[in-house]
Design a protein around this ligand. Sequence first.
Ligand SMILES: Nc1nc2c(ncn2[C@@H]2O[C@H](COP(=O)(O)OP(=O)(O)OP(=O)(O)O)[C@@H](O)[C@H]2O)c(=O)[nH]1
Length: 378
Amino acid sequence: MAKQYDVLFRLLLLGDSGVGKTCLLCRFTDNQFHPAHISTIGTGIGSARRRERGNGEPGASGKREKRGGAAPGKREHRDNGEPWHRGNREHQGIGRSGQAQHRGNGIAGSHSTGELRKRGAVAPGNGSTGEPGSRGHRETGATAPGNREAWEQEKPGPPGNGGVPKNWEATGSGKRETEQPAVVGTGERQAREKRGHRKTESNGDAVNRVDFKMKTIEVDGIKVRIQIWDTAGQERYQTITKQYYRRAQGIFLVYDIGSERSYQHIVKWASDVDEYAPDGVQKILIGNKADEEHKRQVPKEQGLQLAREYGMDFYETSACSNLNIKESFTRLTELVLQAHRKELEELRGPPHAPTLARLEEEEQQPMGGEDTPKTCWC
Ligand SMILES: Nc1nc2c(ncn2[C@@H]2O[C@H](COP(=O)(O)OP(=O)(O)OP(=O)(O)O)[C@@H](O)[C@H]2O)c(=O)[nH]1
């Protein structure tokens, strides 16, 4: 079977809660935008889905509401400051099947999360701003594990265990890909929950604070499979998400241009990255929600300045209007490729070096349990 990608590596999205990390990811992988803020709090094996009533701060009401629809690992907020939260949204509770029923006013965000998942509320726009970007790269598909099997195969294993993959992995035949874009970490249990069969609260499992999605893009003739991890921005989960830093080759530090606070916090996120991420991890600074110029608190120049101080590239993006999404993800991919050029050359290089084909063969060999990492060069 023809290989579908040459290398695989991991990117991580970091930043305060609500800056739009999940939306950036969904825009990049599925070209979708979800107007509701559903906080990332868990994925995989069990997850909490807690609808917040109040003004956007998690835990504002303290009430939990059973419902069948929130995306795995996300907590939905009603944030009164956001245009799509305005209006007369009325929740009717849970129907017999366990599915949440809403009576909304047609504004995006008032439909059930089943629909939320399927519908992109905003059509993709033209993202070009002339900022540094891609150079004719080709995307070869946006996929994510959509079932338990895929999840088990793709997940790198819990932090700190023996099955943690190393930073640079040989990739296989690509047979593990699914062609259906899906919300990451959606295992059988999540699917059942989605259909309203059951409802689980957070199991407190430290592993379940991060979601990921996969996408393959082609950069300089190399098919790169990117595993992009979306972390929970909420303070309470940061100890957990730090455990993921060390497995990342590239990191997006994201703030919201309409939130000075989220911008200030970049310093803290960057210092965490210095402390916990591997040396040589590539970083890009992202000022998201650039479509909301009227809410801007952080001038673009300020973002550029910070990026310069840290030696990072900088993009203002909008997951909503699809501004600089592909460009920024491609750029980080390029940076990671450049940083690992040596390993890459070995892969493609002299006859004595391991060839991709050989590595793929080796990969077929049983190496242990399900979470056993694939062949790595780092
Ligand atoms: N206008 C606008 N809104 C956005 C954009 N990106 C995200 N949002 C909105 O910002 C809110 C938060 O987005 P999320 O992607 O859930 O934020 P997050 O950073 O993943 O938050 P946590 O999961 O809590 O860490 C949602 O209501 C989104 O619709 C954007 O580019 N423009």
